[in-house]
Design a protein around this ligand. Structure first.
Ligand SMILES: [Zn+2]
Length: 269
């Protein structure tokens, strides 16, 4: 690629050997020249003007906690539930049927080959449906809240529980990845909190109210709090995030900003 020219404000036109083409639509932000044994090297850093610069400026009080459930995909601390769509469940059921079909058929047979092909197609279908559902759910939550707290599910021991199966089936971890990426791009916050006893502790008085997995209702004998089990857990998750250092800092920041605005107003008056 001998003979390329690049116009740089600080150098004027410079003849260069391009090692990589410069993608269209980008602005050259900085250029630096280094001298190496075999000549001069020009390093450019590019800026994509279509990507907005993110300044985190969220309202720390627009916060919710989300709990992953066995029955529902998630429950928020406001008591809203998001279910796994029927069409996704159906597609997953069909996937299991096709998996069995493959394992039943004789290795190397044409019929098995055909079943393998069907299985591959169904895998793709399930993955697409799941991704759609995850994107829609993430968008929905981030349009309502600035801060979303969830249980940190990177815990040993979870793998053996019944909840783990439901978490895996619904692709909880890939949902959290999508949610976190979307939040970061919008300058919002997703906070993992400790999952310890979120469903056992009472969200009103803090007393421990032990209950087995099949008990769907939280009934506190200490304070009389009566709530859906997952709703109670979601409130605990939100409470745990409220002490998060980033949220505290943001709260201080927004308080001091309000303070400044109030001062400015009184000066104007
Ligand atoms: Zn209580």
């Amino acid at each position: 690629m001998q003979g390329n020219q690049i116009a740089l404000p600080m150098f004027g036109k410079v003849k260069v050997v391009l090692h990589r083409p410069i993608p269209g639509g980008f602005k050259i932000k900085t250029a630096s020249v280094t001298k190496k044994a075999d000549g001069y090297y020009l390093t450019l850093s590019l800026e994509d003007p279509t990507v907005p610069e993110i300044k985190p400026d969220f309202n720390p009080d627009k916060i919710t906690g989300i709990d992953v459930g066995l029955k529902e995909f998630l429950t928020t601390s406001d008591g809203e539930t998001v279910s796994i769509p029927q069409h996704y469940r159906k597609a997953q059921k069909r996937l299991r049927v096709l998996q069995k079909r493959v394992s039943r058929r004789k290795k190397g047979s044409n019929r098995r080959q055909k079943a393998v092909k069907q299985l591959g197609k169904q895998h793709k279908k399930v993955a697409d449906k799941r991704k759609d559902f995850h994107f829609n759910t993430a968008n929905h939550l981030l349009s309502k809240y600035d801060v979303i707290a969830h249980e940190d599910l990177n815990v040993k021991g979870l793998a053996r529980t019944r909840l783990a199966t439901s978490v895996l089936d619904a692709g909880w971890s890939s949902f959290l990845l999508i949610l976190t990426n979307k939040a970061v791009n919008a300058g919002l916050l997703v906070v993992p909190v400790s999952a310890h006893n979120t469903s056992q502790d009472c969200s009103t008085c803090g007393e421990k109210v032990p209950k087995k997995l099949h008990i769907r209702w939280h009934e506190c004998p200490h304070c009389g709090c009566s709530l859906d089990r997952d709703h109670n857990a979601a409130i605990n998750i939100r409470s745990r995030a409220e002490g998060h250092p980033v949220l505290k800092a943001q709260r201080l920041l927004s308080n001091s900003r309000i303070g400044c605005e109030a001062r400015a107003l009184s000066v104007l008056r």
